[in-house]
Design a protein around this ligand. Sequence first.
Ligand SMILES: [Zn+2]
Length: 241
Amino acid sequence: MLVVHGTLGETVITMEKSANLRRAEAAEAFNQHENRSDAERVISSLVDGFNVLSNTLYRRVHSDVERIFGMDSMLAPISLEQSEKIAKLEIELYQMAVSAEVVQQHGYITGDSDWYLKWLIQLRLGVDQSGSKADKRLAVYMARSPRQRQLLFTDVLAKVVATSRRTPLVLFHLVSLAVEIVTAQAFGDSNAAAEARNRQIDYLPAIRDCRECRGGILENGEQCQQCGNPLWKFDWLMASD
Ligand SMILES: [Zn+2]
């Protein structure tokens, strides 16, 4: 059984700074840049929301596919450990790109999204990524339209995690919108979150049928045990086909 613990920053990136110190620094920088005092809340919300999406998405494209289709991920050209590491970094970069676009679009922060993106990289990856491979990948995502960005992300995941090719395509539409919701909620914009949820419902009307959550928007970091909201379980995704 594969259980994914901790955030990407904690499990993948090796660095001297502790996660707590990193968050404290990010909070200070945010409050200063935005002339606000609630950075702790914004950061907790973003981090909790991103962690649930990242861990759940990896589970959906990997162990859920194996369980349902009996596909053996050991057939992949790289080791499982390596592929998890690369996939989680790619998920992280994609989340950042989508989040930065939402922040820019809705004017959640002062100025353009460049500052936010740099700040988010520090917060999530924990080191100065200027000129790094991750930084370059992020620039590729940022230069694309939302649709092209999503296609690229889907492609990269398919190469890294062979099983993800069996994932219903709707998952990738849902995850992009889920990142929008996490970001909108962290910045207290419930209207934008509700609007993104409505677009998810257009893709997957069955979302509303869950007896537990009724397809409602959960707090960032929460997850419905029944349907998997904010990233639905496989049998729910299949309802779209
Ligand atoms: Zn539910």
